[in-house]
Design a protein around this ligand. Structure first.
Ligand SMILES: [Zn+2]
Length: 86
């Protein structure tokens, strides 16, 4: 669980909080209930990267061939086994 640093804008109190990434940031100072801001910690263990991801679209002959070769197969015949022996 990452640790976030907060600073109160009212009493300038700095405190740390362990929160999940999905948790919303704290907004109130536990001391004076004032408004707090979250500090961006540098060199910490948590590294936030962009949420975007790259999509490399490339067209090659081998890809087309493989796509053509992927024909729908005929349904396999079902084998019903009777186990009423007794
Ligand atoms: Zn405060």
């Amino acid at each position: 669980m990452p640790t976030y640093e907060y600073e109160c804008t009212k009493c300038n109190k700095q405190f740390e909080l362990e929160q999940r990434i999905t948790e919303p940031p704290r907004k109130r100072c536990p001391d004076c209930r004032g408004k707090v801001i979250r500090l961006i910690s540098g060199g910490g263990g948590v590294l936030f990267k962009g949420t975007g991801f790259h999509v490399t679209d490339y067209r090659s002959d081998s890809y087309k061939k493989s796509a053509e070769a992927d024909k729908p197969k005929p349904p396999a015949d079902k084998k019903s086994k009777k186990t009423s022996d007794g």
